[in-house]
Design a binder for this molecule. Structure first.
Ligand SMILES: *Cc1c(COP(=O)(O)O)cnc(C)c1O
Length: 427
């Protein structure tokens, strides 16, 4: 069935007399009648629940829904997008290993890679998503274990050429991991273009209502872990699990099985059943919301463009990938033909001061650090998240003092544009 239908029906199907919504199983543990069966569960020889750090029936249903939407063999929900990206890397990398990452990634992910994981001994090389094939090739080392990027980056709105990066990663027998938070599986399914692992901050559009922080990792099941000697953690016995060999016991689902049995067991940043239920409700309306986010954002982008062309217009530049003339327009048509997402960035004439005045004048759009919510929200990095930086430092990290990140919601479009008009009139 079409993905719009699967948003509602995948993952949980009520049987005769059962509730139409997935029950919230608020239990840490599960009762069994023999210790022998429980032993088999612990050996991963039987399927079942034993402790909610590792698996919970409510969380499981939502994982199944998300795996279905992305076209993967399995998914794991985590307590945040940060932990999802950390899990995706440490499931196959340890101290002494190396990762190639796009430089156009979320600031939190950049810090996780460049500071925390680097301190733990994993080495990173950052390259532009627009690097040539030769430049990407040159970044590979003997100990490179994966390539990472964002399909549509937060906040710079760069689009990763997934097919090109997947082809190069696969030539080196390593997987491509992509963070698909901004487009969501409704607008882009990276696995169809060759990505092997997909991650999410479910905090954004997937939840959509600013209700729960969460993350997810989805496994395509397509990567051949046996093809090189690079992944002994999957192809050789795991002594912390009585010598289990993940690829032998779980076949295509080896990466996901290891993440649950090993990384989640040891680190434990799982999503709670209550949070998973909210996410489930959010996912039901995802397709409908994404359609409206994109429709509204296109109209806002067109309005801002008109404004920028006026002789004394107050908009200096606009970045929205799904707009002719944008440097990512062709990649957007290829990877996100139904639209990118609701996030737009633009510049205000008059820099930091004018941008602050404009923002403070808005009545509908609220000032929030969040993005990708049902409500229209915006952020001026120069006066908030990046306020300690000088104008020159801001320019150097690609976030100019005039930049406004505008996350278009699903309100009635004329109200959003009227709000912008009034804000612009005040500066
Ligand atoms: C927000 C975000 C994250 C981090 O997710 P949290 O849920 O806030 O931990 C990671 N990647 C992208 C692209 C994001 O937008």
């Amino acid at each position: 069935m079409h993905i719009n239908t699967r948003c509602l029906h995948a993952g949980y199907e009520a049987k005769n007399g059962e509730p139409t919504n997935p029950p919230i199983v608020q239990s840490t543990t599960y009762k069994y009648e023999s210790s022998e069966f429980m032993g088999a569960l612990f050996d991963l020889k039987e399927d079942g629940f034993f402790y909610s750090r590792l698996a919970n029936p409510t969380v499981d249903m939502v994982e199944k829904k998300l795996a279905d939407l992305e076209g993967g063999v399995g998914a794991i929900l985590t307590s945040s997008g940060q932990s999802a990206n950390m899990y995706a890397i440490i499931n196959i990398c340890k101290a002494g290993d190396h990762v190639i990452s796009s430089s156009a990634i979320y600031g939190g992910t950049f810090n996780l890679f460049n500071k925390t994981l680097r301190d733990l001994g994993i080495d990173f090389t950052f390259i532009s998503p627009y690097a040539s094939d030769e430049e990407i090739e040159a970044a590979f080392k003997e100990n490179t274990k994966c390539v990472f990027g964002e399909t549509l980056s937060n906040p710079s709105l760069d689009i990763l050429d997934i097919e090109r990066f997947a082809k190069i990663a696969h030539r080196h027998k390593v997987p491509l991991i992509v963070d698909n938070t901004f487009p969501t599986p409704v607008n882009c399914r990276p696995i169809e273009f060759g990505a092997d692992i997909v991650t999410h901050s479910t905090t954004k559009y997937l939840d959509g209502h600013a209700a729960v922080v969460g993350g997810a990792v989805v496994d395509s099941g397509r990567f051949d872990w046996n093809a090189s000697g690079l992944f002994p953690m999957l192809t050789e016995p795991d002594e912390s699990y009585h010598g289990i060999i993940y690829v032998k016991q779980f076949g295509k689902a080896a990466y996901m099985a290891k993440m649950k049995a090993h990384v989640m067991r040891d680190i434990g940043s799982m999503m709670s059943p209550q949070s998973a239920f909210y996410l489930y409700l959010g996912l039901e309306t995802l397709a409908l919301r994404m359609e409206r986010h994109c429709e509204n954002a296109k109209k806002v982008a067109a309005f801002l463009e008109d404004e920028s062309k006026k002789p004394n217009g107050k908009i200096t530049w606009i970045n929205y990938p799904d707009m002719p003339g944008n440097k990512n327009y062709e990649l957007c048509k290829k990877y996100m033909p139904n639209g990118s997402c609701g996030v737009i960035s633009f510049g205000i004439k008059g820099g930091r001061e004018a941008a602050t005045k404009f923002m403070d004048s808005l009545k509908l759009a609220s000032i929030c650090t969040h993005v990708a919510d049902a409500k229209t929200i915006l952020l001026h990095p120069a006066s908030t998240t990046h306020r300690q930086l000088t104008d020159a430092e801001l320019e150097a990290c690609g976030v100019g003092p005039d930049l406004i990140r505008f996350s278009v919601g699903i309100e009635y479009i004329d109200d959003i544009i009227d709000d912008l008009k009034e804000g612009l009139a005040k500066i």
